[in-house]
Design a protein around this ligand. Sequence first.
Ligand code: ZN
Ligand code: ZN
Length: 135
Amino acid sequence: MSTTGQCLCGSIRYEFDGTPAMTGVCHCRNCQRQAGSAFSTLAAVPRASFRFTTGTPKLYQDADTDSGNTVERYFCGDCGSPIYSAVPSSPDMIFLKTGTLDDTSTFQPQFHVWCDSKQNWVKLEEGVPTMAKQA
Ligand SMILES: [Zn+2]
Ligand SMILES: [Zn+2]
């Protein structure tokens, strides 16, 4: 059974097989800016099991990051929805923005990263590991 999702306008649709290898929330400033929100919700999905079924995303090479690594940020060029990010340290994984899933009901973050830049109003759930910077 595959899991499906799409951008806001529907120009981009994707699917992947299996369940994500891990899930998390990123509170870095760049995710806040890209999302226009407080954080990114992410699911690590093996690249080999992920495919676009409609459309092709645009790529923004985000080189000005706290980690110093260039983050590839793929997004819909029509409506702007972030679709996934990729980092050179995990070439076999994509980090899907889970707000684009058709069914978001099963998303449960396993950790929070870059909590040093977490927005003040955000209260984190007890028992979920937090990291000041990256994992
Ligand atoms: Zn779109
Ligand atoms: Zn981030």
